[in-house]
Design a protein. Structure first.
Length: 97
């Protein structure tokens, strides 16, 4: 069974991030139609890529959290400081992009 994005706050966060990226993509399309310079367009492309990368990271972290909660007992989760581990993992993954 595949994990779904069940945490309501996480789901809202991901949807909002995607909506912002969608708006940025529309902005890039408009810039191309209006004949903006390639430099300005490429800067917007960079912003869109970063927005999508951060959204993908958020989804990855949600998946990891859900899998941990399915595979471990509450006692194991409490004794291993899962929240700290996930926060550290997110920080490390964010630096890779």
């Amino acid at each position: 069974m595949t994990a779904a994005l069940t945490n309501e706050a996480a789901r809202t966060d991901v949807i909002n991030r995607l909506r912002r990226a969608e708006g940025q993509i529309r902005g890039v399309q408009r810039m191309i139609e209006e004949g903006e310079s390639c430099l300005k367009i490429s800067q917007q492309f960079s912003a869109v890529r970063k927005a999508l990368d951060s959204t993908y990271l958020r989804m990855t972290m949600c998946f990891m959290e859900q899998e941990l909660h399915q595979c471990a007992t509450p006692e194991q989760l409490q004794t291993t400081n899962v929240e700290i581990m996930l926060r550290d993992m997110e920080s490390l993954l964010a630096r890779m992009g």
